[in-house]
Design a protein around this ligand. Structure first.
Ligand code: HEC
Length: 196
């Protein structure tokens, strides 16, 4: 075969496409494994029943979620299937209200309001617990989400999006689960800025 023979280029193109298709399929399978709930970096949905922290890991050079003891969520332990259904509902609430029009999730979305990836871990919820008079973080978050204009803490005010209580509970579950996802330290220095 010679370089001025079109068959040479055709064979080259076809074999390149075939090889790269196989590579693409392998990468897709690998990615699907890495982003599924219950994998190394994305915890199973029942993680909402555990205490979640965010600590600096010197070896990795970034913050990592630390998942520790059992912790009731809205006063109870959720079965795996119930936790999954709740988080699925939370996702639908987030999509239906287009929270991304103002917020970012894993850095995707708009920059009008704070990134929500680690919102569950925000030290500011202690202030929100005080102003909403709620005994737990999840209840304070739900109260805020149902009445954000009443419990504002920032220069910008979040509008009331008409969340019902079950919708607010589901959204908080989604936010708690998301905080437990190992996002390679994103967002960096989360929660330390306010503390300083
Ligand atoms: C029109 C813009 C806008 C939309 C849409 C919006 N938010 Fe907000 N959100 C804000 C602003 C502004 C703040 C800061 C308000 C404050 O601190 O008082 C905020 C704050 C928050 C906080 C507190 C974050 C933290 O840790 O400080 C959470 C949680 C939150 N929003 C969740 C949501 C969810 C969930 C949705 C969709 C159901 C949503 N937001 C839709 C503007 C918006």
């Amino acid at each position: 075969m010679h370089v001025d023979d079109p068959a040479f280029w055709r064979a080259g193109a076809i074999s390149t496409v075939l090889v790269m298709s196989v590579v693409l399929i392998m990468l897709t399978i690998d990615t699907l494994g890495a982003i599924s709930a219950g994998s190394a970096r994305v915890p199973a949905y029942a993680v909402i029943n555990r205490h979640i922290d965010y600590k600096f890991d010197a070896k990795r050079g970034n913050d990592v979620p630390v998942i520790t003891a059992s912790e009731p969520f809205f006063g109870k332990a959720w079965e795996a299937a119930a936790a999954e259904a709740l988080i699925e509902q939370g996702k639908l609430v987030i999509q239906s209200r287009a929270c991304m029009d103002c917020h970012t999730f894993f850095g995707n979305g708009a920059y009008y309001a704070p990134d929500l990836t680690k919102a569950w871990l925000d030290p500011a919820w202690e202030t929100w617990q005080a102003i909403t008079g709620k005994p737990t973080r999840e209840e304070a978050m739900a109260a805020f989400l149902m009445n954000p204009e009443m419990y504002r803490t920032w220069t910008r005010t979040m509008p009331n999006l008409g969340l019902t209580e079950p919708e607010a509970v589901a959204t908080v579950a989604y936010l708690k689960w998301m905080a437990a996802v190992d996002s390679n330290g994103f967002p960096p220095n989360f929660g330390r800025m306010q503390k300083k």
